[in-house]
Structure formats: structure tokens, C-alpha cells
Ligand binder design. Structure first.
Ligand SMILES: CCCCCCCC/C=C\CCCCCCCC(=O)NCC(=O)O
Ligand SMILES: [Zn+2]
Ligand SMILES: [Zn+2]
Length: 479
């Protein structure tokens, strides 16, 4: 057979991913310590820089072998981000990169079962902000490398580890600077792996099976500020419409007019085709014949907020500010909308649709930030990053029923690396159900100790698989 599974030289120098009880305890304790450091990004301007600096000290202490190995070069980028270069023995092999971010979103204590920065363990779960997004990946990557180096592993293929410090507010200070540094050094990556998808449990209606979704693209984004200016005056003699009324009507029209359903094109076509085999009659027939059942399936997808996010550009009204005093007609009203742009649309197209829906010259539109959806990375037999992930998923998680390509509905640091690779994969090797997902940016974010230890095992295996990957022999076609 072809592909990474046909490996001849595997075995001899392979290190089994078996960890002692002491190591297993160290793995979970290190994550707890990482969660206890409140590396919060509050806004583009404000982050907890004391905690970010402390985190740099923390990883030095937690992973002494990584920091002292002659195979590893460590650089601090933009004060708080970290770039590790792990020197492989074979320079002819193109390097790859593992990514994660050390910052987290804020976590007000209300509603949490344990304080969000306590890292407490309860009933087999480690609780805290960052348990899934994304200190788990930061710590699992470094811990897997630590354990490999302790066992004298010396990689054949060079790789990088990039840990950004401001992903939650754009990645412009961290990931963007790391990328610029790599570009200045002429680095081209075979592929990269970042956060952004999981082994999904119970997200798909009528499907009990475990679906590992590797996101091969990611939605674009548009942060749009809508503003209405009016002349202030006495509230005892109000005009027919105020800035608040005009703006409210405009944003309500936008909320009530969803962006078009784009189901049918893009990478989801392949996803649906693969998923069809996992369903029994009649859903399998429906998914195999989307040319006929497309309207029904696309309507079903719209019903749930997560599947809805896969089929269209979403419109989230996230900020609204207006008014200065109860008896003053408000001079200014502002609202900010966060659009996540479907891979089949562009920023320009979304803006035109917004203008048509608002249809009111008194409402000014200000683009605060925008970027296009990310290119679609390959997921075919020749796609090294995708195939390596698939192979490692199958060996570490034999309970997974199927691996499919998908769309990341949120944003990650990967977009800053678009110039140095066309293989951008977003996958966190952890099972996730809808309740777990509600903890991400929400309350009671937690990861099970067992699942986290398996994440370390996954990366431990993945690094070794990357060393023994064999380019697949292209298929021969008869002339
Ligand atoms: C038909 C298939 C159904 C698939 C359901 C998809 C489920 C999506 C699950 C997980 C997505 C989680 C993304 C987490 C990444 C978070 C990154 C982040 O917070 N970035 C900042 C931002 O986007 O604002
Ligand atoms: Zn994240
Ligand atoms: Zn996040």
C-alpha cells in the first residue's frame, strides 16, 4: 500500500509511549500549575504581562530537559512568545511546526464550581481557564518533547514549536512576529498543527460515533462598528427618532437577516461524503445524494448554532454603547458586530450584504478589523500533515470511527503563517462534547486527566511518526 502506513524502518528506534506512574502524575500537575498563572488577554491594549512573564519562568522549571538539550534552541519573541527549534539529524527533510497559545480569555468567578485559576482536580477533571483553550496544548507539546528527550530521542526531521501570547486578541504581537522571524530565515514548513478542532462527540444529530475533525480551513472575520450621530437636546421634547432607535433598528435588521446559507461547496462536501458512510439508512442515502437532498440537509444544519456556523457567515452583535444621561437625547450610538466569514465568501461580499440590509445613510459603517477566510489545505493521500494526523489518531484513539476534514468556526494563530506553508491543520487530540465546548470561553472549562494524558501520548507518537513518514508513491495511471 501507499501512504504513511507503509513504513519499513519503523520499530527499531521507536520509543513506546508508556509513562510511569510518577510521570503521569507530573504530567497532570504541570498542567495545573500552568492554569494557575492568569495569562489573560483583556483587549488588544491590555494583557496580564506579569503573568505572561511568570509563565516563561514556569516552563523553564517544568521542562528542564527541553531547556538544556543541545538539540533545542529556545528564543523569546516579542517579550512573551516562545519559539523552539528542534534540530533534526536529516536536513533534507522539510520541517514542520506544532503550535499553541499561552494567553487565555478573562474568567469572572461567577458560576464556576472552583475558582477559574485554581487548576483544581475534581472527579478526574482538571478545572480552569485554559484547560481546553489552550494551555492543554502548550503543556502537552512541551511535556511530550521533555519525555522524548529524557529517553534520548533525537529527531530526524527538524520541527518548531511556536507558542503565541496574544492569540485571543489577534496574534499580531506574538504569532505574527514569530512568523516574520521564520520568514526572514527563509523557513518553509511542510505543515503546521494548531488548535481549532477536536474528536467530536454528540455534535452531529443522529450520530453516536466519534468523529475526529481536522480543520483544513478557517473562517474569515469582520469586526464592524456601526455608528449614528444626532444632535443632542432636551429629552422632554425628543425627535421622532434618536440615534439609539436608528441604530437598534439597523442592528436588529442585520440579526433578523442571516447571511446566505453557503452549504454545498467548499470542504464540507468531502466531509459529508465521508460522514455518509457512518449513518444507517435512510440518512446515509440522503448524505450521498446531496444533489437531491441539499435543501433539506442545509435547513437541518441551520437549526443548531454550531452546525449553522458551518454553513454561513455568522452575525454576532457583541457590543452596544449609547447615551450619556437619562434626560439628554443621545448624541452618539455605537454597536459592534463580529462576523465570522464562511470560506465561500469574502470580506467585500459580506460588507455589500450589510450595506443592503442596513439601507440607511444615517448609519455609518467603520471596519475595525477584517481578514479573509483561510485557504483550504490539502487532505488527500499526498498531504503529509493530514495523513500523519490521521495515522496518529487511528493508533492512539482506536475508538475513533472516522477522520474527516472540516472548517474551524473560530479563529486561530494559523493565519499568520499563511506565507510559509500550505498545510495548515487545526486539531486538538481530545474528545469534546457540546457540554465541554460550552466551557471554552465560558464557565467550568475543564479537561479530564485521562484525556489530557492521552494528548501528551498523541504528541509523543506524532513526533515519532513525522520522523518515519514515507512519501507515498504516486498512483500510476494507464496511458
Ligand atoms: C457536521 C459536523 C459538525 C461539526 C461541529 C463542529 C464543532 C466545533 C467544535 C469545536 C470548535 C472549537 C474551536 C476552538 C478554537 C478556539 C479558538 C479561539 O477561541 N480563537 C479566538 C476567536 O476565534 O475569537
Ligand atoms: Zn485558543
Ligand atoms: Zn479562545
Amino acid at each position: 500500500s501507499t501512504g504513511p502506513r507503509s513504513r519499513e524502518n519503523r520499530g527499531a528506534s521507536r520509543i513506546p509511549s508508556q509513562f510511569s506512574e510518577e510521570e503521569r502524575v507530573a504530567i497532570k500537575e504541570a498542567l495545573k500549575g500552568a492554569i494557575q498563572i492568569p495569562t489573560v488577554s483583556f483587549s488588544h491594549e491590555e494583557s496580564n504581562t506579569t503573568a505572561l512573564a511568570e509563565f516563561g519562568e514556569y516552563i523553564r522549571k517544568a521542562f528542564p530537559t527541553v531547556f538544556h538539550s543541545s538539540l533545542v534552541q529556545h528564543e523569546v519573541v516579542a517579550k512573551y512568545s516562545h519559539l523552539f527549534t528542534i534540530q533534526g539529524s536529516d536536513p533534507s527533510l522539510q520541517p514542520y511546526m506544532l503550535m499553541a497559545h499561552i494567553d487565555v480569555v478573562p474568567a469572572p468567578e461567577e458560576g464556576w464550581e472552583v475558582p477559574p485559576f485554581s487548576g483544581l482536580e475534581r472527579n478526574g477533571f482538571i478545572y480552569g481557564r485554559g484547560a481546553l483553550d489552550n494551555k492543554n496544548s502548550v503543556m502537552a507539546i512541551l511535556h511530550a518533547l521533555e519525555l522524548l528527550l529524557i529517553r534520548n530521542y533525537s529527531p530526524k526531521r527538524s520541527f518548531f514549536i511556536a507558542l503565541g501570547h496574544d492569540e485571543e486578541v489577534s496574534g499580531e504581537k506574538g504569532a505574527q512576529k514569530i512568523s516574520a522571524l521564520l520568514q526572514a530565515r527563509g523557513v518553509q514548513l511542510a505543515f503546521l498543527v494548531d488548535e481549532g478542532s477536536f474528536i467530536l462527540e454528540g455534535f452531529i444529530p443522529n450520530l453516536e460515533k466519534l468523529v475526529a475533525m481536522i480543520s483544513v480551513t478557517e473562517k474569515g472575520a469582520l469586526d464592524l462598528m456601526l455608528q449614528v450621530n444626532m444632535t443632542p437636546g432636551h429629552s422632554s421634547a425628543p425627535p421622532k427618532e434618536t440615534s439609539i432607535g436608528i441604530l437598534s433598528a439597523a442592528v436588529s435588521r442585520l440579526e433578523q437577516t442571516p447571511m446566505p446559507n453557503m452549504f454545498g461547496g467548499g470542504p464540507l462536501k468531502k466531509t459529508m461524503k465521508l460522514l455518509a458512510n457512518e449513518f444507517s439508512f435512510p440518512i446515509n442515502i440522503v448524505l450521498r445524494n446531496l444533489w437531491l437532498f441539499h435543501p433539506i440537509v442545509s435547513r437541518i444544519m441551520e437549526r443548531n448554532p454550531i452546525t449553522n456556523a458551518l454553513v454561513r457567515t455568522t452575525t454576532a452583535l457583541t457590543m452596544f454603547n449609547a447615551g450619556i444621561k437619562v434626560n439628554v437625547i443621545p448624541p452618539l450610538a455605537q454597536a459592534t458586530i463580529n462576523f465570522r466569514i464562511h470560506p465561500s465568501q469574502t470580506v467585500h461580499e459580506v460588507l455589500e450584504l450589510v450595506k443592503n440590509t442596513v439601507a440607511d445613510d444615517r448609519v455609518q459603517l467603520h471596519v475595525l478589523r477584517s481578514f479573509e477566510p483561510l485557504p483550504i489545505s490539502p487532505s488527500d493521500d499526498q498531504a503529509m500533515g493530514y495523513q500523519l494526523l490521521q495515522e496518529t489518531i487511528r493508533s492512539v484513539f482506536p475508538e475513533v470511527d472516522i477522520v474527516v476534514p472540516g472548517i474551524c468556526i473560530a479563529n486561530t494563530d494559523t493565519r499568520h503563517y499563511v506565507n510559509i506553508t500550505n498545510g495548515m491543520y487545526r486539531f486538538n487530540p481530545l474528545p469534546l462534547n457540546p457540554q465541554d465546548f460550552s466551557g471554552v470561553h465560558g464557565i467550568n472549562e475543564k479537561v479530564s486527566v485521562q484525556n489530557y494524558q492521552n494528548q501528551v501520548k498523541f504528541i509523543f507518537e506524532f513526533i515519532q511518526n513525522a520522523d518515519t513518514y514515507k512519501e507515498p508513491v504516486p498512483h500510476l495511471h494507464e496511458l
